[in-house]
Design a protein around this ligand. Sequence first.
Ligand SMILES: [Zn+2]
Length: 73
Amino acid sequence: MNLYLTTNSTKLRFKLNYNPINYDLKTGKFQVQSEKFENYEDARANHWQCDKCEHRFSTYKSLRGHKKEVHAY
Ligand SMILES: [Zn+2]
């Protein structure tokens, strides 16, 4: 029961915070939301976004840590 709830809320957070990386054929650049990046690594470093303060992170782990520390949840 507990395990099920945890899995479910993780999925929800994934949906809320993950910005997909798109490749723009016209400009040859990678795009995350409205921002463009020269290379995939730069785009990757910005695709996890905090829904509270819009700070960006390269990994879900660091986003989660940030939320715990700064927003206490
Ligand atoms: Zn934040």
